[in-house]
Design a protein around this ligand. Structure first.
Ligand SMILES: [Mg+2]
Length: 390
């Protein structure tokens, strides 16, 4: 079996979107003095889909959501020529070929996200070529089904947030992640607002269920140090990305100083990036995303590394490519889960582009044994609402 062609297409959403709301999630732009920009950098409404075809007619699907137009250009210009004519079973060799030949500029960020998309398509081919789901190639089922946590609860009106939490509590979820709306720029008023929102959600879900808190890099170390002692009484399961991804010492300091586990990794890349996070005890929960971190080839290795550190892996964003890693690793206790919503931040687009994503049932996800590969196909239902760029 040889790879015959690589096709990367940009799917740009031109349909209806949910308008951005102020302060609905703190983020890295909050520390600059142009707060009107912050929500626009948080939203992304396009995705790149990669289809790799083999000489025996198998088509593997991969995807990339980080700067997808740039990722497409990288795939077209740099990565496709490296894998065409090659045997997809040589996936480690192909990964190293892509990684090493783009090393000067591609080892982190969008370069690695582009490599991830190609690697995903390759693994989809491998599964399809032997008629097995990808998780079977990675070790198989380590759990009967995958526990998942409800992830959304953007900062809006507190009553609205409470209604949202109640709705998903009633659907059987036992773990919830909420977003902070405020960071250092909002001074003491923001501190109080942040605390009020956590209190409001705890009021609904009680203390028998898990609550995770998301900062999306919208704080700095000083602000995080002010917040953490005030948050301890709410018993969060973790506090996510309190500071920017590069401030590894900051993560380590926060992780050591308080009882709240610090999580991160959705903006970290490859085995080396996670080795650094783990060696420095910077995070107590690892949250790579397979379509950024280096694909399944890299994520599988990171799972093993995390297992050796006894640090749980709860991949970012849900989505099929991550579920296969969670199903097959004892290091990964559960998945993030976003139900399908109107197009708002952009991660919802996955549901609009692909068919096959499992839907949570009573707080659990199931992967099928009889669907080979990653289990995704391109959806036709919303095709006319995308501009597709070849
Ligand atoms: Mg996150």
């Amino acid at each position: 079996m040889k790879i015959k062609s690589v096709r990367a297409r940009l799917f740009q959403w031109k349909g209806k979107t949910v308008p951005p709301q102020r302060n609905f999630c703190s983020n890295a732009m909050d520390l600059l003095y142009a707060p009107q920009e912050t929500m626009s950098t948080f939203r992304f409404h396009s995705w790149t889909v990669v289809e790799i075809e083999t000489d025996d007619g198998i088509v593997g699907l991969g995807n990339v959501a980080l700067a997808p137009a740039i990722a497409k250009a990288i795939i077209d210009q740099y990565l496709a020529p490296l894998v065409i004519g090659q045997d997809p079973w040589d996936y480690e060799y192909l990964w190293q070929r892509m990684y090493r030949s783009t090393h000067a500029w591609g080892r982190k960020g969008v370069g690695m996200a582009a490599i991830s998309a190609v690697d995903l398509a390759i693994w989809d081919i491998l599964g399809k070529s032997v008629g097995k789901p990808v998780f079977k190639l990675l070790g198989g089922r380590t759990k009967e089904k995958i526990p998942c946590y409800y992830s959304k609860l953007y900062r809006t009106d507190l009553k609205e947030m409470q209604n949202e939490a109640q709705k998903y509590l009633d659907q059987g979820f036992t773990a919830f992640k909420m977003r902070f709306g405020y960071g250092p720029a909002h001074l003491q008023h923001g501190v109080k607002e942040n605390l009020k929102s956590v209190e409001a959600i705890r009021e609904v879900i009680g203390y028998d269920n898990d609550l995770m808190l998301e900062c999306y890099m919208g704080w700095n170390l000083e602000y995080a140090k002010r917040m953490l002692p005030k948050l301890e009484k709410f018993e969060p399961r973790w506090l996510e990305e309190p500071v920017i991804a590069d401030d590894i010492n900051g993560y380590a300091e926060l992780n050591a100083a308080w009882s709240i586990p610090i999580s991160g990794g959705e903006h970290e890349f490859t085995l080396y990036g996670f080795k650094q996070l783990l060696e420095q005890r910077a995070v107590s929960v690892v949250q790579y995303d397979t379509n950024r971190v280096g694909g399944i080839t890299a994520a599988h290795k990171i799972n093993a590394l995390c297992e050796s550190y006894s640090v749980p892996v709860v991949p970012h964003a849900g989505q099929m490519h991550n579920y296969h890693l969670t199903m097959s690793s004892v290091a990964s206790p559960m998945s993030e889960y976003f139900p399908m919503f109107g197009v708002e931040v952009g991660n919802e687009l996955f549901y609009y582009i692909f068919d096959g994503e499992p839907v949570a049932d009573n707080g659990f996800l199931q992967l099928r044994d009889d669907v080979p590969g990653l289990g995704l196909t391109l959806k036709t239902e919303f095709l006319d609402q995308f501009e597709i760029i070849e």
